[in-house]
Ligand binder design. Structure first.
Ligand code: NDP
Length: 264
């Protein structure tokens, strides 16, 4: 019988994950199929997962923290950050993992040595990236629209700001982890702040993929080297697929066929 996998999100129609994982399954003759589930209420994640008899799932915006709560056990880096983007069904128990941060580290390798980063946004992705950067000894600042979510970042040693309290510094990289620009044409902070930030960074990155966000458009107009979230997506996807297939497939083969799906 085919194993069934899915991605949960709201919105979820834009997600390329089904194409990526199905490309691997199909080309490597792995008996599995991957679909998407539009979930509005994150507290229904576990019951929906079990009702669909899923073998595993990915979780995207805005349910990654709800996914952490939904799991019976959380392993590895996901435990450090309280954010889950990959769930495996182990004999009816939901096991949570996080593959986003390592996916991002893979994506920014081409920028060389990074010492100073500004993260815009303070959601699940920002938490995962900030904790991972700190592990690597990178100095991290966080800028978010509202105060509520900044406590976590203070606790792990980041300087954190709202738009009103923000102090500009020099950065190697600024990364937009907000959902501004995902389904609208908004910048992740007021124009004047973003202008100042872009004037003080060497590189810019956006976690959003599949479109040039207003943030990246502005960075490009200032000739700043930038990248969207496609490589991050690939990196997290390869790691998630290894978990889905219980390491039965070769990583190089997964990467090859997952990359091919980006041409579709
Ligand atoms: P969360 O919902 O956990 O966090 C969203 C964050 O964005 C919050 O800090 C929120 O601020 C901020 N925000 C939302 N709208 C705006 C706005 N209009 N202006 C300014 N700030 C805003 O989301 P995630 O961390 O899960 O995901 C964030 C983005 O990253 C999504 O676009 C997602 O698609 C993308 N992503 C891409 C991946 C990839 O592989 N390329 C992997 C993971 C995520 P506040 O606290 O004030 O509400």
């Amino acid at each position: 019988m085919k194993k069934l996998f899915a991605i949960f999100g709201d919105p979820v129609t834009h997600s390329r994950s089904p194409l990526m994982h199905n490309s691997v399954f199909k080309n490597l003759n792995y008996k599995a199929c991957y679909t998407r589930v539009h979930l509005t209420d994150g507290s229904k994640l576990k019951e929906t997962f079990l009702a669909l008899k899923l073998k595993g799932a990915n979780v995207t915006v805005p349910h990654k923290e709800a996914a952490y709560e939904a799991c019976d056990e959380v392993r590895g880096f996901a435990k450090t950050v309280g954010v889950v983007n990959t769930i495996i069904n182990e004999n009816g128990r939901l096991i949570g993992y996080n593959t986003d941060a390592d996916g991002f580290m893979y994506a920014i390798k081409e920028f060389g040595k990074i010492r100073d980063i500004l993260i815009i946004g303070a959601g699940g992705t920002a938490k995962a990236l900030a904790s991972r950067f700190i592990e690597d000894g990178i100095k991290v600042r966080v800028l978010n629209r509202s105060q509520n979510r900044l406590e976590y970042f203070k606790e792990i040693g980041c300087d954190s700001f709202t738009w009103d309290s923000f102090k500009i510094e020099k950065y190697d990289l600024v990364v937009n982890t907000t959902s501004a620009g995902l389904k609208d044409e908004e910048l992740p902070a007021p124009l004047a702040l973003i202008e100042k930030i872009l004037e003080n960074t060497s590189f810019a990155a956006d976690a959003i993929y599949g479109k040039v966000t207003p943030f990246l458009k502005l960075a490009k107009s200032k000739n700043i080297r930038c990248k969207d979230g496609a490589d991050m997506l690939l990196g997290q996807g390869v790691l998630a697929n290894e978990l889905f297939t219980n390491n039965e497939l070769k990583t190089d083969d997964i990467t090859t066929y997952m990359s091919k799906s980006f041409e579709l």
